[in-house]
Ligand binder design. Structure first.
Ligand code: PMP
Length: 419
């Protein structure tokens, strides 16, 4: 009963953007940083399920614990009932992540996806402040439901949005905004009664914009955002769905910025295994939900809790974080070499940790390189408003040899595409 023919996707699947057509083969299995297709071809993974597989595919310890739990007739679905895996996750998250960082937050299970955590964050900010508007930034991406879409900066993804929830502001990364100080501008507008701009409920942002093109905010700028929020009683929501869980080198992407968000959104790699899971971290004073105000059938996936607790073991020492930063240096050094050696790329290296990219000024070039790389045995995606950024999100457990091998494929693909 093995499907080996791609035509089923062409004929039977809706035309909604689908990865089955971006990577034209049928995948069969995967382990660590590698995938294999039905034809026996192997692929190095520089995509990691868009950041959902930071610990690699089919991690042996997680697999073992899952099998054990299923064979013990553990609950696969329990809605919101208390279970051992749920308790273990809460305790481990507190002991391994929150307490050592001096962070005091309540953990909420908002539903299975990144979009669910964003929705819950927007709702609690609006409820607690009693205000409506949310400040967001150009090229932000926060999800696909109507609320999350309305804070998503890319206009082309907003079709069907239409809840007038936001002010969309340009994010002032120095390189992108020519020094325009949008935070100062925003503050002036808020303070001016005649501006027509009401005090917002929240500011929501990604510290490194993933879908928006691997734009990394400086720590100084993040600190300024926090100060502005504190001066005016505005909620600071950090959407760490893609940049969190170690992607930028520390568990939370904002740790080195020294900020203390009011609400934090995590999903993707929080389960560790690729199983759907999301959490919203809320400062205890703001945990003001009324009964039934945010419920949902799939809020507590016990299989995801089992693997999530296992994944958190990586964070018991500094070792993992150090290894990510070391790999990041190797990776970045090589990306800089590409940009220098191939000036026709008109490229720029972006990112932090193992959330990296090369932006190319040449239209369509990044997509062509990604396509070529796939034929050479590497899975890599593009992002940015015009898909102009080759985006590198390898599993954090990848070894240096595979990084080099993957980057060799990128270099061969650059050469081939540039001719
Ligand atoms: N926020 C960010 C920063 C994301 O990158 C994504 C997904 N790419 C989301 C939210 C939405 O997550 P999901 O696709 O799981 O709903």
């Amino acid at each position: 009963n093995q499907h080996t023919d791609m035509s089923v996707f062409e004929n039977l699947e809706s035309s909604v953007r689908s990865y089955s057509r971006s990577f034209p083969t049928i995948f069969e299995r995967a382990k660590g940083h590698e995938l294999w297709d039905v034809n026996g071809n192997s692929y190095i993974d520089f995509f990691a399920g868009a950041g959902a597989l930071n610990y690699g595919h089919n991690h042996s310890d997680m697999q073992e614990r899952l099998i054990e739990y299923i064979q013990s007739d553990g609950l696969l679905h329990s809605l919101d009932m208390a279970t051992g895996p749920r308790a273990e996750f809460l305790q481990t998250f507190h002991d391994v992540i929150l307490e050592p960082r001096g962070m005091d937050y309540k953990v909420m299970f908002p539903g299975p996806t990144g979009t669910n955590t964003v929705e819950s964050a927007l709702k609690i900010a609006r409820k607690v402040t009693g205000r409506e508007k949310v400040v967001t930034f150009t090229n932000a991406f926060h999800g696909m439901t109507i609320g999350a879409l309305s804070v998503t900066g890319n206009a082309f993804k907003r079709h069907g949005a239409g809840i007038p929830l936001t002010y969309s502001m340009a994010m002032p990364y120095d390189d992108y905004m020519d020094g325009f100080d949008s935070l100062n501008y925003l503050e002036k507008m808020i303070e001016d009664d005649g501006s027509g701009i009401d005090l917002p409920a929240a500011v929501i942002l990604e510290t490194v914009q993933g879908e928006g093109g691997i734009n990394a905010a400086s720590f100084e700028w993040l600190k300024k955002v926090e100060e502005l929020c504190q001066r005016h009683g505005i909620f600071l929501i950090i959407d760490d769905v893609q940049a969190g869980c170690g992607r930028t080198g520390t568990f939370f992407s904002f740790e080195k910025a020294g900020i203390s968000p009011d609400v934090i959104c995590l999903s993707k790699s929080i389960s560790g295994s690729g199983l759907p899971m999301a959490i919203t971290l809320i400062k205890p004073d703001y945990d003001q939900w009324g009964p039934g105000e945010h419920n949902g059938t799939f809020r507590g996936n016990n299989l995801a809790f089992v693997t999530a607790s296992e994944a958190l073991k990586y964070w018991k020492s500094e070792e993992f974080s150090t290894s990510i930063q070391k790999k990041s240096e190797i990776f970045q050094k090589r990306l800089h070499e590409f940009v220098e050696s191939y000036p026709e790329l008109e490229g720029e290296v972006r990112g932090r940790g193992l959330m990296l990219g090369i932006a190319s000024e040449k239209p369509g070039l990044s997509g062509q390189i990604a396509e070529r790389a796939f034929a050479g045995g590497l899975i890599v995606e593009t992002s940015g408003p015009d898909d102009e950024v080759l985006k590198f999100l390898p599993p954090l457990i990848i070894d240096e040899e595979a990084i080099t091998k993957g980057l060799d494929i990128i270099e061969d693909s650059i050469k081939a595409v540039l001719g």
